[in-house]
Write a protein that binds this ligand. Sequence first.
Ligand code: HEM
Ligand code: HEM
Length: 242
Amino acid sequence: MSSFFAVLFVVAAVVLVFGLVRKIIQYAKTPAPLKIATTPAPVTQSGVVLRLFREVVFFESLFKSTKWTWIFGWIFHLGLFLVLLRHLRYFMDPVWLPVELIQPFGIYGGMAMVVGLAGLFARRLFVDRVRYISAPSDYLWLVLLILIGLSGLMMKFVAHTDVVMVKQFFIGLYSMHIGELPPDFPLIMHLLLVVVLMLLFPFSKLLHVPGIFFSPSRNQVDNPREKRHLAPWAKAMEEQQN
Ligand code: HEM
Ligand code: HEM
């Protein structure tokens, strides 16, 4: 079983990394022919950096549009962030001090994550206009993340697993050494679901993670009068004609 998981994780990591790199290259190459910054928009480059920061950290535009989605969405993402920071301890030795300090908060992060996800699920189920535009995959992502969260919390509060063995297994993979995983049901579920998440990430709506940084409505400076906007390919065509 441990060898099976070792192969699964190596394949999933390769798919995740190469899939993301491929997408990021594609996003970076996609022309933005028009000035379409959503106004009011910053008029300087540093203003754009600040805008993106507020968007990524506080979900500013979502806050302005719908408070319920914002509150559940933000709780989920903040919880997830703490959880992922807490998990870094399985992948490094020695463990960085900030990762050590975050440990107790990571557990609350796990609970917050599941509460936020449950709220987002209820929204898709009970808000008519949201249910109308929800595809099966919208529900499935929420279910997948809820199950990852619940199986994780189960290990913390109901049926402990040997976290030292888990850590040794993952650190061992760096040098292609296959260690033993504890044969505990919640851990096996947790890890299988995480593999599914990693494999699907680069082909799914989770691409909003790199995507937000390439969104023209958010990353453009509002200066169309001061500076003529020309996409690189349009510039090349203009030069050819001259
Ligand atoms: C830079 C990091 C991230 C940012 C800024 C971000 C931002 C957002 C925002 C603004 C929404 C929109 C809510 C809406 O309009 O309906 C959203 C939805 C979502 N995000 Fe993220 N996200 C990030 C990372 C992640 C990660 C790492 C995951 C999962 C592994 C994730 C999973 C989701 C899911 C499943 C939804 C859909 C929730 C629903 O059903 O409405 N996000 N994200
Ligand atoms: C290879 C990757 C992962 C491994 C090896 C792993 C392993 C573990 C282990 C051993 C625990 C139990 C902690 C304890 O008993 O103290 C746990 C808990 C948890 N995991 Fe994961 N996990 C992984 C990925 C993820 C991901 C991607 C998510 C979220 C999408 C996640 C969410 C959680 C949550 C919410 C908990 C409960 C709270 C906590 O203890 O932090 N895990 N995980």
